[in-house]
Write a new protein. Structure first.
Length: 314
């Protein structure tokens, strides 16, 4: 009998967890040809999320959990869950039911045909999202697909079902600065996409503010493209060329008219503009340098405080 591992990252999901567990266990009953394990990763929640997970683990032996020592982020939680999973097929889901559990049935049946290594989901609508957030999300996907060799599908969710082989390939990438949407595409493997309309959270509030999403998008661009460095180099060459032409212009004008002082306000504007461009390019280099700094320190991606094994000892 096949085994399906469902990895669920949780951060302050006390309202949604009971509802998610109810729905996912219904799907497990329908898929009688496979056994399940549910791996909940408590990412430093400050509410009763861990207590609820512990109660679920006590009454259902299929429920396993990992609790971090603090909040390390969703990327770390997904990595920890994938590392802990023992199933033949591994799924990543959110606890807020924005990832419809019923799609797992179609995903499993598709993978059983051996034509695909992964069945992933993408939203075809962004109903319920603020318009400005949806606009910038679409612009991000357009931008990163133009400057990166790794394809990242617009509207792609982390919700997917993968073979063990693909998961092992993902786990082999032990980088500290993780951008899973890019990693899923970079490792390759045949992927089938399931489209569905956006589903709003069943309970609780989103943990992703506009600022957090913006920083996450920057991480994605830096992780899978060196185009910003190329752009800064081209801008540097371009402004050197423009400066050379301006020098010739000033010298020629001075020789002809003998007035080297005129144009002082425009000169100041040019200096400020060029200075801004220089700071922008230095900022780009600084971002890549900071990512390199974090990688070379070799800090762990996450730290585990307790698991269900510790619960059994009590």
């Amino acid at each position: 009998m096949d085994k399906i591992s469902v990895v669920v990252s949780c951060y302050n999901e006390q309202e949604a967890l009971p509802l998610f567990y109810e729905e996912i266990t219904k799907i497990a009953k329908q898929l009688k040809q496979a056994e399940f394990e549910f791996i909940f990763v408590n990412d430093g929640s400050k509410d009763n999320t861990l207590s609820i997970i512990k109660e679920l683990s006590k009454k259902d032996e299929r429920v396993k959990y990992i609790s971090f020592s603090r909040n390390f982020g969703k990327e770390s939680a997904m990595y920890a869950g994938l590392k802990r999973a023992t199933g033949d097929y591994i799924s990543i889901m959110d606890a807020d039911l924005q990832d419809p559990p019923k799609l797992l049935i179609e995903m499993y049946e598709t993978l059983k045909q051996k034509e695909y290594d992964c069945v992933a989901t993408r939203r075809v609508t962004r109903k319920g999202e603020p318009p400005i957030r949806s606009f910038f999300a679409r612009m991000f996907y357009k931008l990163i697909n133009k400057i990166s060799k790794t394809e990242i599908v617009d509207g792609a969710r982390d919700f997917r079902l993968m073979t063990k082989q693909m998961v092992e390939a993902i786990l082999s990438m032990e980088e500290y600065n993780r951008f899973s949407k890019g990693i899923f595409g970079w490792v390759g493997f045949n992927t089938k996409w399931l489209e569905y309309e956006n589903v709003e959270r069943v309970a609780g509030e989103t943990k992703w503010s506009f600022w957090k999403l913006f920083k996450y998008s920057i991480d994605g661009i830096l992780a899978f493209s060196t185009a910003p460095l190329v752009i800064s180099t081209i801008m540097g060459i371009l402004f050197c060329f423009v400066a050379f032409l301006l020098i010739i212009f000033v010298v020629v004008k001075t020789l002809i008219y003998g007035d080297p002082v005129s144009g002082w306000p425009s000169t100041i504007c040019i200096i400020l503009f060029v200075g801004g461009i220089q700071l922008f390019c230095i900022g780009i280099i600084g971002q890549y340098l900071s990512k390199t700094y974090l990688e070379v320190k070799k800090r762990p991606i996450y730290i585990v405080k307790e698991t269900e094994e510790d619960l059994k000892k009590d």
